[in-house]
Design a protein around this ligand. Structure first.
Ligand SMILES: Cc1cc2nc3c(=O)[nH]c(=O)nc-3n(C[C@H](O)[C@H](O)[C@H](O)COP(=O)(O)OP(=O)(O)OC[C@H]3O[C@@H](n4cnc5c(N)ncnc54)[C@H](O)[C@@H]3O)c2cc1C
Length: 363
């Protein structure tokens, strides 16, 4: 088999990988981007973007493309965290204006399109197989089904999200802080769904609900994996829990979700090493944040800016650039974990319940 030669191979075409591919290709670097998903429009989770996304998209020259997908403005977060009545944390004083609710599949597809237009080679439906160090770079093969694909690359980048599929093959290990999962449903919108994300804790977890473009509402129940059983009756349980959260039930109405529930990992965690000679991890592969932070997509794209600077650094300064990158990721992780710990400790009404005990204790 003849290996395709590329300077940088990026595994994962989510916000982190697609943004990095776009930046590198614009800088004239030969870059290949692969993703295991073959359907460009398969449903994706994580739909609310903070106001700071606007200057980032402007900097990337993607603001107009973003607006073409008709995102909804998000005016803030309505929260019942530690409170019996909702409090609005408005974006009104934010210098960047409102945040946005997007269809994530459209947003991610827009970033991949930008990467392709910049000259990156995008291959969908390809899962990373083996990664070997050799010569002056890496040899990478795809996992089955056949025919296998093979690349040789100077740099390999792990942007594969929570799976950190590439970094683990290079020997890095993942540390988890908890076992949070999200059980996610989509609804046809109520006539007035509200333009702020709603967060509502209950005894066994917490709910977030947000309006989406095209008259949809997303509602996700966040709980501990050990407290949730995937079974034929999970929809009934999910509906009962939704109705036990009165503000969430009001936002989503009484109807059943319009498509089957998605169950997804949502734990906080990180890689013990995020880079080494010729490789780095970014986005959720490096640090996965509690969805409560609402900043996963933004942080993944900002991580791409930092990663592009490392890869574009002259070879004799690269060791220093990698050390700085690693230190910056460690600082970001420490800030996230501190905020997360403080935030969960603020909800004291259910402190004795297993979910809240687990989220406030070390895992
Ligand atoms: C329930 C939930 C709600 C969330 N809500 C929000 C929100 O409202 N706002 C927000 O900003 N963030 C939110 N997030 C977080 C956000 O979705 C992530 O932080 C963001 O998607 C990270 O981007 P990424 O590119 O690093 O990873 P991902 O978006 O996960 O992309 C990784 C890509 O890698 C591919 N891949 C994985 N393994 C392999 C492999 N072995 N081979 C090839 N390809 C592979 C995947 O198919 C995927 O396309 C939420 C997360 C969860 C779980």
């Amino acid at each position: 088999m003849c290996a395709k030669r590329t300077r940088v191979l990026i595994v994962g075409a989510g916000p982190a990988g697609a943004t990095l591919a776009c930046l590198l290709a614009r800088a004239g670097v030969d870059v290949s981007l692969i993703d295991r998903q073959s359907d460009d429009h398969a449903p994706r989770i994580g739909e609310t973007l903070p106001p700071a996304i606007k200057p980032l998209l402007l900097r990337l020259g993607l603001w107009e493309a973003f607006l073409r997908d008709e995102p909804l403005p998000s005016y803030g977060v309505q929260s019942l965290w530690g409170a019996d009545t909702p409090e609005l944390y408005s974006f009104i004083a934010n210098p960047h204006g409102s945040g946005f609710h997007v269809r994530r599949e459209c947003f991610d597809a827009m970033l991949r399109r930008a990467a392709r237009e910049a000259g990156a080679t995008l291959s969908l439906g390809i899962r990373i197989g083996a990664v070997e160090r050799g010569g002056r770079g890496f040899r990478i093969t795809s996992a089955g089904p056949r025919p296998q694909r093979e690349w040789s690359a100077d740099w390999v980048v792990d942007a594969s999200g929570r799976s950190a599929a590439m970094a683990r093959k290079l020997g890095a290990t993942q540390k988890r802080e908890d076992r949070l999962i999200g059980v996610v449903g989509f609804f046809a919108a109520n006539p007035e769904p509200g333009r702020a994300m709603l967060i509502e804790p209950i005894e066994s977890g917490w709910w977030y609900t947000a309006p989406l473009p095209a008259n949809r509402v997303v509602s996700a129940f966040m709980t501990d994996a050990a407290l949730w059983t995937r079974s034929a009756s999970q929809l009934d349980r999910w509906q009962r829990l939704r109705h036990s959260a009165p503000f969430t039930a009001q936002r989503t109405g009484t109807e059943r979700p319009v498509r089957p529930l998605l169950v997804t990992q949502a734990h906080s965690g990180h890689l013990t090493e995020v880079c080494g000679p010729g490789w780095l991890a970014l986005g959720d592969a490096a640090i996965c944040r509690d969805p409560l932070s609402g900043g996963g997509v933004y942080e993944a794209m900002r991580g791409a800016l930092a990663a592009s600077e490392v890869i574009l650094t002259a070879p004799d300064s690269q060791a220093r650039a990698l050390a700085d990158y690693s230190a910056a990721v460690r600082r970001a992780l420490s800030a996230h974990l501190t905020t997360r710990r403080r935030y969960y400790a603020l909800e004291t009404r259910f402190a004795a319940a297993p979910f809240w005990r687990r989220m406030t204790q070390a895992y």
